[in-house]
Design a protein around this ligand. Structure first.
Ligand code: NAI
Length: 247
């Protein structure tokens, strides 16, 4: 018996990193999962690997900034699995630079992927979920959205915006049986953070009360909790998975 037996889920940005781990953990608990990502090649491999491990998954190439593609991604889940019980808006990018160097394009691109991308996923999933009278949506914010990081005025703003969006949607959709929550990961080792200089990485790790970076699996476990019935009375919440950093 898995926590998500019989459920159908969509995960964006699922080709690698935290999104792939979320897909793996949801599938391990019995969910059937549609993986969406911009990177078709990595997506193909991720879906094949999960299928080989016994998971029931589908994949759909999807740019989360494109409303038609996001609608199609959610429709794939409904068509293939008959429902959309869980939506995880995870896809993300960084374009870090100080205000002196950050271009308008860096700002727009980051806000588009995180804020508009999450909103499009939220909208598409909630339209199916309101017909069902149930559903759980989990948006991936970041600790950057809570504390702000230098060099990330674009990213911190977008990730803080996801918190406001999550709470507004939780209030709007609660009476329809739909829960909406956010996760704020701290320092997590993934392809996104691999490029960080070793000394900067070590300094950041020392700021963490648990004295280490987190794993994608630890973030995925937080998502699992919020997506499952264990969190049946939790909505509009922001779960920090940060080892205590920035509390
Ligand atoms: P990653 O770079 O390893 O994976 C991100 C995935 O999203 C990639 O597969 C990429 O192709 C996909 N993607 C990017 N733009 C997309 C678009 N427009 N449409 C569809 N897919 C797109 O990053 P990671 O670390 O796994 O991050 C996942 C989420 O977690 C992001 O929202 C990120 O901001 C957030 N996060 C990560 C932290 C970390 O320390 N790694 C900390 C806090 C939050």
């Amino acid at each position: 018996m898995g926590l998500l037996d019989g459920r159908a889920a969509v995960v964006t940005g699922a080709a690698r990193g935290i999104g792939l781990e979320i897909a793996r953990v949801l599938a391990a608990e019995g969910a059937r999962v549609v993986l969406g990502d911009l990177n078709a090649e990595a997506l193909h491999k991720a879906a094949d690997d999960l299928t080989a491990s016994g998971a029931d998954v589908r994949r759909a190439s999807c740019d989360v900034t494109d409303a038609d593609r996001v609608d199609a991604l959610v429709r794939t889940c409904k068509d293939e699995f008959g429902a959309v019980d869980i939506m995880v808006n995870n896809a993300g990018i960084t374009r870090d630079a100080t205000l002196r160097r950050m271009t308008e394009r860096d700002f727009d691109t980051v806000v588009d992927v995180h804020l508009k991308g999450t909103w499009l996923g939220l909208r598409a999933a909630s339209l199916v979920m309101r017909e069902q009278g149930s559903g759980a949506i989990v948006n991936i914010s970041s600790l950057s959205g809570k504390v702000g990081n230098p060099g990330q005025t674009n990213y911190s703003a977008a990730k803080a915006g996801i918190v406001g969006m999550t709470k507004a949607a939780a209030k709007e959709l609660g009476h329809l049986g739909i829960r909406v929550n956010a996760v704020q990961p701290g320092l997590i080792r993934t392809p996104m953070t691999e490029a960080m200089r070793a000394d900067i990485w070590a300094a950041k790790e020392r700021e963490v009360p648990l004295q280490r970076a987190g794993t994608a699996a630890e973030v995925a476990n937080g998502v699992l909790f919020l997506a499952s019935d264990l969190a049946s009375y939790v909505t509009g919440a922001v779960l920090e998975v940060s080892g205590g950093r920035g509390m």
